[in-house]
Design a protein around this ligand. Sequence first.
Ligand SMILES: [Zn+2]
Length: 142
Amino acid sequence: MRSIGFVAARRAKLARRQKMELRHAGWAGGHVRPLDIRRGDTVEVLCGKDRGKRGTVERVIPERQRIVVQGVNLMKRHTRANVAGNVQGGIVDFNGPIPYSNVQLVCNRCDKRTRLLHQVTDDGTRVVVCRKCGERYERVSS
Ligand SMILES: [Zn+2]
């Protein structure tokens, strides 16, 4: 058996445990996809009650493979007034997280649902490119 360094072994063990935790919880079947979508991107919902809707990404939760999109999966939280904590009671609308696999990125150039292709240009800079139109996908802020 090939021996690996202590640090590498510990890291591998941690990664394995994380993967197992995800599998037990039933998220993405233990397979963790890197999230290509960032906050501020526009996505289209593919399934669920908000199917076909488009919205801006508010938050990504990579460890749970979930994503929060503005105006999608609207939920209500009933809160009780807490005088001491100065919290006003009532019903608060908020966007619930939805599975990452239920959404697809919308290209800001060709306005189509797409995936991103990671490329390295000749001068060594990394760019992301839309698979549909081939244009460089640029984020306002990343
Ligand atoms: Zn495009």
